[in-house]
Design a binder for this molecule. Structure first.
Ligand code: PLP
Length: 235
């Protein structure tokens, strides 16, 4: 009981901090701007820890492993309507079928082979999920994602050639560095992609985690992915 109460109160803190931070962005932009959608990252946490948030009305969750999501979410979906499950971890092509069946949004499209297989699975399952392209914004060797200078071509390939529904861009900036320049670069890349196809003017940005979601919100994020600030530190 104690722990559940904490999760819900941390959640309300995060919501409040998000609202305050995104007001800053609102004053800089002429268009009206809604606070980013909060994705509660529940990876490693059991269903019993997640339930209180569902009971509090939250519906958007992030998981980074297909297998773990398959074990937790089908039962939770039976108990709570309108759950929106986001895949935020790397996806192997042999898990694409399960991922398409389980998730509602995929944030980690990062290579042609995966894009093609995802599209094929979506056709088969008649589930045309919104997808985001993961950008390796810090050009780090150990990180997944498309290099910034290859993004435009990859985006064009995905939407024109493959026919994937790309709705945004996702990044994880280098750890232990100021993320602000990386968030700014994501805005630039988004502009570049939007110029490519006038019909897709509103690509979303998925950026910001527990350590930097307020900054991300103040810099125009559309999704923030927050785990430990809500659920506590992971094992
Ligand atoms: C784990 C994870 C998060 C959440 O990280 P916290 O620092 O716990 O908020 C966000 N995005 C991705 C891609 C993750 O793997």
């Amino acid at each position: 009981m104690q722990r559940d109460a904490h999760v819900v109160s941390h959640y309300h803190d995060v919501i409040e901090r998000l609202r305050a931070a995104s007001e800053q962005y609102d004053t800089l932009e002429s268009t009206s701007y809604a606070p980013p959608e909060l994705i509660a990252v529940s990876k490693t946490h059991p269903a019993d820890t997640i339930r209180p948030l569902l009971e509090a009305g939250h519906r958007a969750f992030g998981e980074n492993r297909v297998q773990e999501a398959a074990e937790k979410w089908p039962a939770l979906r039976e108990d709570f309507p309108h759950i929106e499950l986001h895949l935020i971890g790397p996806l192997q092509t042999n898990k694409a079928k399960d991922a398409v069946a389980l998730f509602d949004v995929i944030h980690t499209v990062d290579r042609e082979k995966l894009a093609r297989i995802l599209h094929k699975e979506m056709e088969k399952q008649h589930r045309h999920l919104p997808c985001l392209i993961q950008v390796n914004i810090g050009e780090e060797e150990q990180k997944a994602g498309v290099a910034p200078n290859a993004l435009r071509d990859f985006y064009a390939l995905c939407i024109k050639d493959i026919g994937l529904k790309i709705t945004g861009l996702m990044c994880i900036p280098p750890a232990d560095e100021n993320p602000a320049p990386y968030f700014a670069l994501m805005q630039e890349l988004k502009e570049q992609c939007c110029h490519l196809t006038p019909e897709t003017r509103n690509l979303k940005l998925s950026m910001g985690m527990s350590g930097d979601f307020e900054l991300a919100a103040a810099m125009g994020a559309d999704y923030v992915r927050v785990g430990s600030a809500i659920f506590g530190t992971r094992q």
